[in-house]
Ligand binder design. Sequence first.
Ligand code: ATP
Length: 366
Amino acid sequence: MDIINLKDNPKLYYVGGVVRDELLGRESLDVDIVYEGNAIEDCASIGEVIRVNPDFGTIRVKVQGREVDIASTRTERYDNKGHLPQVEKIGCTLKEDVLRRDFTVNSLYKSISTGEIFDFTGGLEDLKNKKLRVLHDKSFVDDPTRIIRALKFSHRLGFELEDYTKKLRDEYLENIDYDMCFKRIKKELIETLGLNSDELFEKFINEKIYKLVTPKEVKWPSAGIENLVNKYSLNSDNIWLIYAGVLLDLSRLELTRKEQKILDDFNELEPLNFENDFEIYRAFENKEIESIILFAVLKDEKIARYYFDNLRGIKIQITGKDLENIGFEPSPKYKEIFDFILAKKLENPKMTFSDEINFVKENFSD
Ligand code: ATP
């Protein structure tokens, strides 16, 4: 963990996930460092200052070729529940700083200079017992994104919510205040549902965590998503949306254009009684992969798998240029010809380019 030489400063601490993960013997995703005091005033001399954010008391410095973010210890207040907190005091004690954190296991500090661990909330005991415990009764009311964070950590670490924390969570989920910051909810959904796990998703639905996104009742999907994603979705950034799409009401989340297109494409796909492969191919060919997986999950898994497994890879080779070369003037007839060749190719995917040309000549020359 000692990635940088900041050891000379006795007021610098690792905090959060990096301390938790080291104690668990796990690789950490990122490193959070906190300075007990005002980091902007006191840490500028540590290295080259890259950026400061006075509102939060954070500073980015370059030390030995590496950029490091250092946060000041701070206290926060939630005047507007469910929204970003107000920063109250920058440069407080560690013991005060800890109160703004989510779970005890994320509230451990490790001195960078001595390696000593500071545990103000019983985080070490909870780490041992694999429990996620909030620091106070209003934690989820202040910040409901912590409910999704709890799901993420319980899945990643194999931890469980401690009983009282679970009770507080369930009470909140029974009585959600939808006046909250959905941008933050979305960010946690992306990280959490993006883990692509049916097991996690089952908890998301069964434990009613999805209610944070919509008050509507949600039906359990008929197909497993994890397997479909692993088999068909390549490396999508939008895996989370396949899961979230099951809720059918994402009106509170601000979606990007690409995300909206995925939902629109899905809505356009109706589980019609397709007459033949050609109809299936034309219905799916320009749709986003995520939309087709969502179709598999909510509408017709068999047809979607059939398209992916048997039809998706088939492409006709002949182009408009080729048609011109064999003497066809550009016209709406081109579409008729392409449809004809595609239908033939779906019947016989081994058709070569010259087979395609011959078919055109045989069937469309006067
Ligand atoms: P990982 O990086 O492995 O996902 P992490 O614990 O480092 O886990 P971050 O989201 O990077 O998670 O947050 C760093 C720390 O900031 C947390 O450990 C926690 O102490 C605090 N934190 C982050 N988000 C919240 C929140 N919504 N409420 C309270 N504290 C939070």
